[in-house]
Design a protein around this ligand. Sequence first.
Ligand code: GLA
Length: 672
Amino acid sequence: MKAISDILPHIAYGGDYNPEQWNEKVWYEDAALMQKAGVNLVSVGIFSWAVLEREEDRFDFTWLDKVMNILHEHGVGVCLATATASPPAWLSRKYPETLAVDDKGVPYSFGSRQHYSPNSSIYRRAVKKLVTKLAERYKDHPALKMWHINNEYGCHVSECYSQDSLEAFHAWLRRRYQTIDTLNEKWGTNFWSQRYNYFDDITFLSNTPTFPNPGQQLDYKRFMNDSLLELYMVEKKILRDITPDVPVFTNFMFEFKPLNYFSWAPELDVVTWDTYPDPREGTPEAHALQHDLMRSLKHGQPFLVMEQVTSHVNWRDINVPKKPGEMRLWSYSAIARGSDGIMFFQWRQSRAGAEKFHGAMVPHSGDEQSRTYREVQQLGQELKQLDSLTGAVVPARAAIIFDWENWWAVEMEGKPHNKLSYLEQVKAYYHTFYRRNIAVDFVQPGGDLSSYDLVAAPMLYMVKNGEKKNLEQFVENGGTLVVSFFSGIVDENDRIHPDYYPEPLRHILGIHVEEFVPMAGGEWNQLSAGTDHYRCTTWSDVIHLETAEAAAYFTEDWYQGRPAVTTNSYGKGKAVYVGTEPEQAFIDDILTGLMREKGITAPASAPPNVEIVERTSGKGNHLVIVNHNQEEARIELDSGRSYVDLLAGTKVENEVIVQAVDVLVLRQTEQK
Ligand code: GLA
């Protein structure tokens, strides 16, 4: 298969297009407006099952044929959707067992969307038939660029408690454990008399009187992730067989807890995701983290923003529009961090239905002079000048360990502290990198760390088979690893690693932890590091030094004077342990010190709230600069380099001004 940047040689620009909501006359108007706006790609048919298969086996593709042809005539490529995200009424009526069931045992009703059970064999059979028909019909259509499989898996229904799902869970457990004795051992079922004699004895944990078995909870989450992924694979296989050269993907959603996107990414030809930051409360930093995570899922390969909104959504309590310029600015943040596409939900604002007040590229009025359409048109024209960016990667020497299974496990109940948020811990470490414009990837604990010099592992509670060795090797080979509290505690089944905490990390960290002292909200302790003092909250570890040295001490409570932060030399590298949740200034200080040691620097120096990201490929080195401030910002560039400003066409050296709420895309021209 060709590289995505060969299939989409321009920054992809467009959105979800739902022509079945309009008549043929509007289709022509749409295509003309798309052309004017620089649209080159649309996703068609995401919710079209009911108009593609009107009754079981009664297919009608005539309207879609026309739409595909019109789009092609206007130079617009198509991500053709497989239309399986919202099964039609006839399927739910005729086969009620295709409906997903909630944790109270109640089937979801027809009348919104995503009401299918991922484990229903009848739903899967119907999916196969529809996808085969679509692929056969459009396999040679010149407009077909990519396949958009289903839509946002798990968004509304990420757990299913149907009979089909229970049987599939039993089969999944049999595959994983082979024997019931192994399962009993892994789940620790001798606790509270939970021992099973047969796989078929296992029920769902939907209504237990108190804390359910942790190993079982964790496996249910894995099973649901795998069920949805398997469903995706059913479609992918058909599409690969019939159209081996057409890339396939589904659209992800941010850091969505129920789905382990690292396990999905290898099955997508390109990662795509839907981004909806709240214009009232969302921050560029939170948004940037999500883009960095999406880029990391396929190890740095550029991703596509498959949906965002031009102005406002309609599903928050209060839905304010993005301010003038904000949509453009946030689009460039995505491009800076590795996106090769800016797509929207949706092309034309719907007249009817649950999302009629959701923004779109063309508003209800259809007015070409509307602010929305003008901004859409401006951005579309600008992006045409950025072809050299496509395929470019974001080189990063720092990484943050991120693991979905750890996230699931550490936030299950029954812990020393039951208000821990994994994401909050990750965000605290991300903050330091973001604020300093240091490119950072996310990587799994067992992932390839060889290209990084500095890796932070916040709250890595679960350390699975092989991960210990991976982390040890990273440090042995000269890497710097920073690990924070409540790490290295359990195995993949949420069973404690025997021996001292944190057993799998004990040798690299050169410490052991004897006790945990969680703190309630409002309580705090203090760290003393040389002459500096920092507040810390949430958690204190009672640490014993083995080969490590103390870098900071607790100053209060019965464990005062004991180490709180430690440093250990290991092989050619170094491992730092932070046995508490320090105030941000401490994390900043410690990480910036470590970056200094490693010579990790930002691509240029800039005032706060200006993002600068380097993207590089055989087509050139680029700096994408996004100024979120309400005033202009002065950027000092590397004096050894000259650039061309791709949007203005001018030459730039030494320093450059980026206007308030504005962007610059610079391409390096020569080395002086
Ligand atoms: C999601 C869905 C779209 C639409 C938008 C609205 O991203 O994929 O179909 O519902 O939300 O924000």
